[in-house]
Design a protein around this ligand. Sequence first.
Ligand SMILES: [Zn+2]
Ligand SMILES: [Zn+2]
Ligand SMILES: [Zn+2]
Ligand SMILES: [Zn+2]
Ligand SMILES: [Zn+2]
Ligand SMILES: [Zn+2]
Ligand SMILES: [Zn+2]
Length: 1755
Amino acid sequence: MASELEPEVQGLDRSLLECSAEETAGKWLQATDLTREVNQHLAHYVPKIYCRGPNPFPQKEDMLAHQVLLGPMEWYLCGEDPELGFSKLEQTNKPSHLCGRVFKVGEPTYSCRDCAVDPTCVLCMECFLGSIHRDHRYRMTTSGGGGFCDCGDTEAWKEGPYCQKHDLNTSEIEEEEDPLVHLSEDVIARTYNIFAIMFRYAVEILTWEKESELPPDLEMVEKSDTYYCMLFNDEVHTYEQVIYTLQKAVNCTQKEAIGFATTVDRDGRRSVRYGDFQYCEQAKSVIVRNTSRQTKPLKVQVMHSSIVAHQNFGLKLLSWLGSIIGYSDGLRRILCQVGLQEGPNGENSSLVDRLMLSDSKLWKGARSVYHQLFMSSLLMDLKYKKLFAVRFAKNYERLQSDYVTDDHDREFSIADLSVQIFTVPSLARMLITEENLMTIIIKTFMDHLRHRDAQGRFQFERYTALQAFKFRRVQSLILDLKYVLISKPTEWSDDLRQKFLEGFDAFLELLKCMQGMDPVTRQVGQHIEMEPEWEAAFTLQMKLTHVISMMQDWCALDEKVLIEAYKKCLAVLTQCHGGFTDGEQPVTLSICGHSVETIRYCVSKEKVSIHLPVSRLLAGLHVLVSKSEVAYKFPELLPLSELSPPMLIEHPLRCLVLCAQVHAGMWRRNGFSLVNQIYYYHNVKCRREMFDKDIVMLQTGVSMMDPNHFLMIMLSRFELHQIFSTPDYGKKISSETTHKDLVQQNNTLIEEMLYLIIMLVGERFSPGVGQVNATDEIKREIIHQLSIKPMAHSELVKSLPEDENKETGMESVIEAVAHFKKPGLTGRGMYELKPECAKEFNLYFYHFSRAEQSKAEEAQRKLKRQNKEDTALPPPALPPFCPLFASLINILQSDVMLLIMRTVLQWTVEHNGHVWSESMLQRVLHLIGMALQEEKQHLENVMEEHVVTFTFTQKISKPGEAPNNSPSILAMLETLQNAPYLEVHKDMIRWILKTFNAIKKIRESSSTSPVAETEGTIMEESSRDKDKAERKRKAEIARLRREKIMAQMSEMQRHFIDENKELFQQTLELDASISAVLDNSPMVSDMTRTALGPAQTPVPEQRQFVTCILCQEEQEVKVESRAMVLAAFVQRSTVLSKNRSKFIQDPEKYDPLFMHPDLSCGTHTGSCGHIMHAHCWQRYFDSVQAKEQRRQQRLRLHTSYDVENGEFLCPLCECLSNTVIPLLLPPRNIFNSRLHFSDQPNLTQWIRTISQQIKALQVLRKEENTPNTALSKNLENVDELQLPEGFRPDFHPKNPYSESIKEMLTTFGTATYKVGLKVHPNEEDPRVPIMCWGSCAYTIQSIERILNDEDKPLFSSLPCRLDDCLRSLTRFAAAHWTVASLSVVQGHFCKLFASLVPGDNHGDLPCILDIDMFHLLVGLVLAFPALQCQDFSGISLGTGDLHIFHLVTMAHIIQILLTSCTEENGMDQENASGEEELAVLALYKTLHQYTGSALKEMHSGWHLLRNVRAGIMPFLRCSALFFHYLNGVPSPPEIQASGTSHFEHLCNYLSLPNNFICLFQENKEIMKLLIESWCHNIEVKRYLEGERDAISYPRESNKLIDLPEDYSSLINQASNFSCPKSGGDKSRAPTLCLVCGTLLCSQSYCCQTELEGEDVGACTAHTYSCGSGVGIFLRVRECQVLFLAGKTKGCFYSPPYLDDYGETDQGLRRGNPLHLCRERFKKIQKLWHQHSITEEIGHAQEANQTLVGIDWQHL
Ligand SMILES: [Zn+2]
Ligand SMILES: [Zn+2]
Ligand SMILES: [Zn+2]
Ligand SMILES: [Zn+2]
Ligand SMILES: [Zn+2]
Ligand SMILES: [Zn+2]
Ligand SMILES: [Zn+2]
């Protein structure tokens, strides 16, 4: 279809291109009816440009639209060439000082915590960096898109509203200048005309709802039968559903379907089929049919192509308008005028109104285009912003209702603009007073919650799904209310007062509907059948919490408002209360001669509700009345006399009793919903306007009534009245044994009640209740949090209530109460309580949860013990109450209170049965302590003539009255202090008695009122001393007993370890022993040690014993015994790669014999160093495999390891492994013992001999491969060949290893081959030995790099596991040839040898620039035995090693001289040239000569020598490691020391002359030939002529990319990154490769690619090219490091960015500024260098199984 249409499009282009913008504009200028003229133009051209086929051609459409449609408008507007016209406009424009930058998705935004008026005020990065706020406490977030920069808005910032760029000279501030004065009359008129027409056109067409008919003035003459089947977005169907449906409906591929779905999701609609009506209709019906099974079908329309065309142009037009007004504020003002001008239909007929009101009908793309236009026009113009705000407010109800029924997220709704309008304080104030906005919002909200119960309260219980959905959406209105209230007025007008109070009325109506909602009734007998719905009510409460607080804040600002609000609130509460008490009968209670009237009500029997917002609001206002002193200033204005304290306390008290009963287990049958409600009631998110206010309300009540009456009501509500009015309750109960449960329950209730009394008296840290300020309050919160344990900043923030600005106020006080401890490499920074703050600790702090309370108690007691203090935790001294609450304190000395105290003490003294509990006693002691503290403070602060009316000490000294005649409280305390069962409380009782005496002294000395002397107070010193001695003795006994127990414990522990954990310890010892044996061998002299060659330092044979971690058997490592193996992990690696674009293309054909010096594809072997028997391991692995198979059958779960690929976890340390390495003795010793001639050939002779042997082998090989030759002839040829002396190619040595070792040699070799090349295992493949040598070389190189980068000496600092791994790996690689085909290994040797010593018959060998010399060395040395074993001429292996080493070293020197000596840096030579320097210079000159003078001339031998030494150092270090492990010669102690470069020592150890240029001179002849042949290679020439590159030496270690210091620059970088596949779209999960710095579009359909037949995300795909399967990424928007390995493994790792509190912010939730922590970044880099990423992932996945389930390959 597309191909048919193509030519038509082509043809049309020409006619369109001929259309001249200037001419058209000219015609328009002449027109009498401009509207008609323009419409005709559009009607004609728009369908010719847009929608010509199934797929849009955006570039062509844009080009044509600009030429034919927009061009004329620009000409018309300017009246001249728009390029000139617009630049003129721009010049005369006085730009506004608002930034107004609209944020892209993911763009960083900044808010200043010090200066922003509210948290919605944000800056773009550019403005932020140029503002004063960058040095303030700022918060950083990423934008979700939409919203704009508030720079320049003076209302948004308390300070520094302008950045440098938008700063204006303060002298120049002009009062609202009309921007039109800068435009000419003509331009104004024309702009007005064209804007009016175009804006109307766009609105008309976008809101057009007919599907096949155009508006009359756009109707075309001829109409083709071309339609689109248009699919619209909804939030109901998932991506997968849409993709699946589309594949069915329009027959497209999955890729296309994904494309459609992506566009639908992004733009809100996409045509999925183009053709005639029928054709489209058909697709539509399939889609509808297929999706109607879900809640509602996908929206599909069949639309005529011309309508779609006009709509597309309409969108284009709106963006165009947006960009045109950018030229001039005048144009912008005209557009605003046009937009807000009322149309012919009166109210709501302006274009802006029309767009807003059809918002919910528009598709996503259209919405976002016009929202953006509004933001850049209406919201940027100060005058019209106001007018627009009024329109918005007037339409508020409609817009919100539309939004509630719409299903798009709020960010795509016009309703979301409320944040831009309502948060501007002046606008908000204007809208409140003029449009009554507060009331409108609240009423609109209430309108949407119509479901009420009989009492008119909200009822969420029977919500349908739809209602629940609406409820979720309608909650955003609360946010609007919050925006309106967020900035508090500084001045009140009468209007504002009136409208605020009107809003307050509406708000009270709302709260009234919540008062008493979701009531619960205690379930007895049966468990409830269904958990009742409770979340909705709590959601509402939680969302309203800040609004309730803000309402109070507003009231606090104006006395008149406060008084009125107080009255209103009280009135509403009275209304509510009237309903509650209906039918409840009055009852009279009496105790201790007091009696009170109350109602008969039982929480455990009747309905009770947790939701009491009206009571709580009144409590809040009451505190404000106290705080602002309105109560004393205008008592006559307050309805204080109307307050009925019993009414006030009734409901809060019921709620608190409910909590107590739940705690006592009385509501068990009511299920979890109640438990949850009670949890939230106390939770930090709700408590401020719930629990806290209930406490305040009770405090209010007590302070206004007789405390005895209060306590009696309380006892009655707790259902404990009976107990305390029965004199002998204790005795009675203890005689009955049947009611244990009931007694227990009552005990808990008594404890809870005592706790409540403690809170009522002790909680006076709200300003207004006690004489404190806000700082005291927050300090106290922090002190108590830190009393539990030291906490990180974020933990502390979480435990403190946040205000509407998300501030806790913590920063202002934290320094005063805590020390900050910085974090280490892991973990977080911690705040620790300052010791001097411990005295303010209150064990019964009301915000402690029970768990916190006991933790805090424990911690504080421990602290006291550490400080060698007594462990009493007495109540702290408290600030005095405010006068309104002052009388509350009398509760402590009221008769009923004393009765309660006395009763509990009496029970304790009697100490029988279950009647009392320790916590009960503890609470009574605490209360007594509080009373004593109070009295003491009163006495200390009393004025001269005043009498202290608080006489608690007197009262507790008096014995109880009839009928029980109990002893006095004091006397009982004295009795109890010696009670053996109260050991823990002794210190507290002691403290009480001490304080009592102190008070007595004060009273006596001041003698204001003599305290009655009572029998109990005589505390003789002697008895005290006696007591002291007794305590000391007991303490001593206790100490001895403790010690004995400790000794027993540790004995048991030791035993346990012996029995069970033997495993672990032994391996530890083993690790140590292997290394120790070899390095500290006493047999080796301390003379210079030599690691190789004929002069190799002899190593005495060491016997090595190891223990299998699986069967615990010990065994000696021997050639002929069973194999012992190490768990090992082989992986491909690019860690050392110098060329990441290179990777193995076709593994089947890849030849790994020569490693390129760019080290691009290495194979690394690592091991945890744990040793097993080969057969034990085999058995273990088989069982893992079997288990895995069973598990996979049961549930398709992943594990952290892939058994099918041979992976397993080390049985001891759970380290990921995929093979095992056999443990071997130094293999050279086995073969080297054969013949020892003293006369060994020199290098020249040796090369000659080897060359001859190679030649002989080649002839033989050729013979063998030549078919049809007689045996005899064969032999003849051999004779002819003249075999070199002593060479016996028919000799095949016997393999000395046991079968089991041989098997393991093959196993490991095959594994290395399989993993390294990523091929199927094949032990016969000739590349197996090469891979083994390669892995050995590569692993040594990577470890050498790590040691070098950390400036560590070669040998001494290797951890045991690395040491063991390298030793086993090297020896394995050296022994592997014994299980490989001899001729294959010989063949490899020949080729390797030929790369340095050219012979014939070797075709394509790399030139020396393209060979990594260390790999070559390892290959040659390890392959050499295969040749040497047939040589009986007496040349020892050692001689061969030495010559190979010298030869390769010389080749490397030449390599370095060729590639790395091109620069003579400015440094001057220090002394005259030495011998060595002259030698290098001479060598260089020779090279210069051989290369035909292509080599740069150098004159400084000193520089050359420096370069050579630096370049060769890594090679020498690697070689030293290699020969050390190969031959087992201990390293010379000098090399083990850190610091110096050890060049000489290395040379000695490696048997190199110190002046290594000597090597060349000693072997002058042969080297001359060789060098010449190397230099004549064509590649060398090309290099010297600059035609190609070569690696230079030393190679620098790879590092992870440089990360910026400030995290926000990364966010910014990522926000500018768009998906590389979907044309300019912002990527949702931009992810940075830390290895190469590539940004990827992760976790998204758009960037999935196919890898080995599976769809994988961008990250996984990238790991294959960048890290051969392993990847280290930073997910920028989450601030999270991502490790990936293979397709199935991954984990998240803590990012290297920390905030000032030493914490990471994964997910960027807190928004504190983040800075790079270099140490942590280094740690990640180290993991990478050590090849530990995969291991790290394994450990993470083992620790956290949920990680296993993540589809890592889709990231
Ligand atoms: Zn800005
Ligand atoms: Zn700015
Ligand atoms: Zn600031
Ligand atoms: Zn074993
Ligand atoms: Zn292990
Ligand atoms: Zn990369
Ligand atoms: Zn993408």
